[in-house]
Design a protein. Structure first.
Length: 208
C-alpha cells in the first residue's frame, strides 16, 4: 500500500524536485536576487524587486515556502519584497526562513546563522502614513520607515512580527507570536506584545 502511494505520488514529487532544484534558482536569479552557494529552495518564494534595489542571500541559505515544509505548516510562501527604489534586503550565511515575509523600504539586514520561524513577518516600513489626512491624500506617501538589523545567531519564533527600527543583537531569541519593536541587547530572550526581555541567556548557552 505504501509503495503504491509512493508510486502514485511520484510525478508530483519529481515535478517538485525539478522545480526546487533546477527551475527555482534560475527564476530567483532572473528576478535579480543574488545568492551564494548552497541555496536551498523548497517551494517558490515570492520576490518583488524595485529599480536600484538589492536582495542578497549569503551561502547555504534555505527558504522554505511549501506549506508542508515546516512541522507547523506554512500559511504563505517566503516573500522578499522591496517597497521603494534603492531598498535592500541582505541575508547572511547559513540562515533559514520558513514562510517568512520580509518587506524593505530602506534596509533589512540579517546576519549569519539566523533562524526565522514559521509565518514570521519583518518590515522596516509602516506601509501607510499615520495621519488620516495624509492617508486620504495618498495612502502610500509619507510613510515612516527605519532600517531593521538582525545580528548573527538570532532565533525568531513562529508568528513573530519584527517592526521598523528593530535591532536584535547577537544571539537574541524571539518568542512565538512576539510583536517586536526597539533595540535588544545580546542574548536576550524576548516575548509578548509589546515584546520585552523575559530572560538573558547564559553566554555559555550561546552557540559559537
Ligand atoms: C520565548 C521562548 C524561547 C521562552 O522559552 P523558555 O526560556 O523556556 O521560557 P519559559 O517557557 O520558561 O517561559 C518564561 C516566561 O515567559 C512566558 N513566555 C514564554 N514564551 C512566551 C511567548 N512566546 N509569548 C509570551 N510569553 C511567553 C512564559 O509564560 C513564562 O512566563 P512566567 O514567568 O510569567 O511564568 C519560548 O517560549 C518560545 O516562544 N519559543 C519559540 C518556539 C518557536 O516558535 N519555534 C519556531 C518554530 S518554526
Amino acid at each position: 500500500m505504501d509503495f503504491l502511494l509512493k508510486l502514485l505520488r511520484m510525478p508530483a514529487t519529481l515535478a517538485a524536485l525539478i522545480g526546487d532544484h533546477l527551475i527555482g534558482p534560475v527564476l530567483l536569479r532572473a528576478a535579480g536576487v543574488q545568492h551564494g552557494n548552497g541555496l536551498v529552495l523548497v517551494g517558490s518564494p515570492v520576490i518583488r524587486m524595485k529599480p536600484g534595489g538589492t536582495i542578497r542571500l549569503g551561502r547555504q541559505v534555505a527558504l522554505y515556502s511549501r506549506p508542508t515544509s515546516n512541522p507547523l505548516l506554512l500559511n504563505t510562501p517566503c516573500g522578499l519584497r522591496l517597497l521603494e527604489t534603492g531598498a535592500r534586503i541582505t541575508i547572511g550565511d547559513h540562515c533559514a526562513l520558513s514562510g517568512t515575509v520580509i518587506c524593505s523600504a530602506k534596509s533589512v539586514e540579517i546576519g549569519n546563522h539566523v533562524l526565522i520561524g514559521a509565518n514570521s513577518r519583518i518590515s522596516d516600513s509602516d506601509f501607510h502614513p499615520l495621519s488620516a489626512e495624509a492617508r486620504r491624500m495618498d495612502r502610500n506617501k509619507g510613510v515612516a520607515s527605519k532600517p531593521v538589523v538582525i545580528k548573527d545567531d538570532v532565533f525568531i519564533g513562529s508568528g513573530a512580527f519584527i517592526l521598523k527600527g528593530t535591532i536584535l543583537e547577537t544571539g537574541c531569541v524571539v518568542g512565538a507570536g512576539a510583536v517586536v519593536s526597539g533595540t535588544f541587547p545580546p542574548n536576550s530572550i524576548i516575548a509578548g506584545n509589546p515584546a520585552r526581555v523575559i530572560k538573558t541567556l547564559d553566554v555559555q548557552e550561546t552557540p559559537l
